[in-house]
Design a protein around this ligand. Structure first.
Ligand SMILES: CC(=O)SCCNC(=O)CCNC(=O)[C@H](O)C(C)(C)COP(=O)(O)OP(=O)(O)OC[C@H]1O[C@@H](n2cnc3c(N)ncnc32)[C@H](O)[C@@H]1OP(=O)(O)O
Ligand SMILES: CC(C)C(=O)C(=O)O
Ligand SMILES: [Mg+2]
Length: 570
């Protein structure tokens, strides 16, 4: 049960005393160093940790994306972990520009096993951690502050000894004061300074100091303050690559990472799509693509993001959420009418080479290997903009505005009845049915030009058509074929038709090109409605459109609007 007074159980985080903080004004202008910990922190969070084959698949995907530093495991944790590191080294699977990293607790037998796993490696980052937070000191490790410093420094010395015994490897040491986010800043500095005192890094041979929000406890601005404080106060800062390792317990891992880089961090540790314990590690894809959309090259390649997602889902055996930033199935999709309207208008106005500024789409989906197909999907929240966008992008129909309005009412009627999404194909089927595109046969016609009164020319049109199921022969005159057809139709059927507006365009190209005609008609001096005709011949398309409109008028009188049958609605 939730408490009426949560303060009786939970303590508020404390702000950092840093009145001259500089990070809020900083801008990120280059990518940080990235470290993927998918194969370690991500892996240790899985229901079933990856086997060797899955680990290799993930490793190769990470290399392909462009990671230069990859934490490949916790070799002392299990034989699978150990064997995977051995496989990478023995089978020479690590590219020249990639460095592997491994993690160990500050315990002697685990450190020894870790160095053993790295025998023969050309380069390696060995990552040492021990918890520093008061609750961990007091309850879990049973040590005071001095004890923690002694533990960290003795294990740091052991790193040096073991590394010296494997001189063929180019070593980089990394230290994490675990639970940095829940530790007093002064104590974090004390432990880190003590470790770097042992390692004596130089600007030429730096060590990595990694500050984890092992559990995210505070708003990201507090984390940024903590990083800026460490950045300013750590000893030997110029000999340190300052790394952060955010988790996402409060849902602000991305913000914490970005603020931390603004506050002085050089390096970010995280996982693809934010896999990792509890609510996950920092989502590296999210941060990298946030940089990209600010015009900063992220140095990681996500141009085939769906392929990467498939590998990650296979290796982790966990799905990526449909709303996950940049990659989810639905993140480039607008269902709502006003969004669709804006996207459609801006897409048409946009010119190649323009800075990307498309409402509701922070990134061009094509940059990540997506198409525009899913950008607009139609359901009961949609309007004419989305419907006509799909008909145009998928079927080449450029509906005039008033026809968009007319047809969207037809779609809305179906939506109200069915309540389901309609795909572009469903819309096309409904459009074909509503405008009788299959019912109206092309009127067989013959045109002859005749000189009219004065300078004018007239045409005479003879046509055979099927109207309301009956064969009809018509003969009419007018200033053009449409005029003559309308005249003949009126004489033969007694139905009056006035053409109020006319639009046509081509669909397709070359031998397969067709003309589509949209005619707005006033039928029998009653309602105004559209008829649509598609034909290889432009005159036939227009004549078909007139018959289409007239038949719709008749159907409207019978009060029988087109309905989506079960097969169409799917
Ligand atoms: C925040 C993080 O992600 S840290 C990384 C955590 N990752 C993992 O733990 C995954 C891999 N770990 C493992 O497979 C196992 O924990 C192993 C194989 C490494 C060790 O297993 P075990 O020896 O059975 O120890 P176990 O993990 O149960 O217990 C930890 C012991 O080490 C101590 N310990 C924990 N962390 C540290 C540390 N960094 N330095 C020193 N001692 C530590 C604990 O106090 C405990 O001591 P105790 O046995 O005296 O009570
Ligand atoms: C080992 C450390 C870096 C860790 O994973 C964490 O604190 O979250
Ligand atoms: Mg972690």
């Amino acid at each position: 049960m939730m408490l009426k007074n949560p303060a009786s159980k939970y303590a508020a985080f404390q702000p950092v005393r840093l009145s001259d903080r500089a990070w809020p004004d900083a801008q990120i202008t280059q990518a940080p160093i990235w470290l993927s910990t998918d194969l370690r922190d991500g892996n240790q969070a899985l229901i079933e940790p990856m086997d060797g084959a899955r680990k290799l698949q993930m490793f190769q995907a990470l290399v392909k994306i462009g990671f230069k530093e990859i934490e490949v495991g916790f070799p002392s944790a299990s034989q699978t972990e150990f064997d995977f590191v051995r496989k990478l080294i023995e089978e020479d699977l690590i590219p020249e520009d990639v460095t592997i990293q491994v993690l160990t607790q500050a315990r002697e037998h685990l450190i020894e096993r870790t160095f053993e796993s790295l025998q023969g490696a050309k380069r390696a980052i060995v990552h040492l951690y021990n918890a520093c937070a008061p609750i961990m000191r007091r309850v879990v490790l049973g040590m005071d502050e001095d004890g923690i410093v002694a533990l960290a420094t003795s294990q740091a010395r052991m790193f040096q000894d073991l590394a010296a015994r494997q001189p063929g490897t180019q070593w980089t040491f990394q230290y994490s004061p675990e639970m940095f986010s829940g530790t007093e800043l002064a104590f974090s500095k004390r432990v880190v300074d003590a470790v770097t005192e042992v390692w004596q890094p130089t600007p030429e041979r730096k060590c990595i100091i990694n500050l984890p929000s092992t559990v995210e406890h505070s708003t990201p601005n507090i984390f940024a303050d903590m990083i800026e404080w460490m950045h300013r106060n750590l000893a030997r800062r110029d000999a340190i690559v300052l790394s952060v390792h955010p988790h996402n317990d409060r849902g602000t891992g991305t913000a914490a990472a970005e603020f931390a880089v603004m506050a002085g961090a050089d390096r970010l540790e995280g996982c693809l799509f934010g896999n990792g314990e509890r609510t996950g590690n920092l989502d590296i894809v999210n941060v990298a693509l946030n940089l990209y959309t600010q015009g900063v090259p992220p140095q990681l390649d996500f141009s085939e993001i769906d392929e990467i997602r498939r590998v990650v889902e296979h290796c982790n055996q966990l799905p990526v959420h449909p709303r996950h930033p940049y990659v989810g199935d639905l993140v480039y999709t607008s269902f709502s009418g006003s969004h669709q309207d804006a996207i459609k208008k801006v897409f048409s106005a946009r010119k190649e080479g323009d800075i990307w500024n498309v409402p509701y789409l922070p990134i061009d989906p094509k940059d990540l290997g997506r198409t525009y197909e899913a950008v607009i999907r139609v359901n009961s929240q949609s309007g004419k903009g989305g419907i006509s966008y799909l008909l145009e992008s998928e079927f080449g129909l450029e509906l005039p505005r008033r026809l968009q309005i007319e047809f969207s009412q037809v779609v809305q009627g179906v939506m109200d009845a069915e309540g389901k999404e309609l795909t572009a194909h469903d819309l096309w089927t409904l459009f074909e049915k509503e405008y009788g595109l299959h019912d109206v046969a092309a009127p067989q016609h013959r045109l002859t030009e005749q000189r009219g009164a004065g300078e004018t020319t007239e045409v005479e049109l003879l046509a055979d058509l099927v109207f309301a199921g009956q064969p009809v022969q018509i003969q009419g005159r007018g200033t053009g074929p449409i005029d003559a057809f309308v005249d003949g139709l009126q004489q033969a059927t007694g139905r009056s038709v006035r053409v109020m507006d006319y639009h046509e365009h081509a669909i397709g190209a070359g031998a397969n090109a067709k003309a589509v005609a949209y005619l707005e008609l006033r039928v029998d001096d009653g309602r105004t409605l559209f008829g649509v005709g598609i034909d290889a011949n432009i005159v036939s398309a227009s004549l078909k459109a007139i018959v289409s409109g007239l038949q719709r008028g008749t159907r409207a009188e019978d009060n029988a609007p087109a309905e989506l049958d079960a097969a169409t609605a799917r």
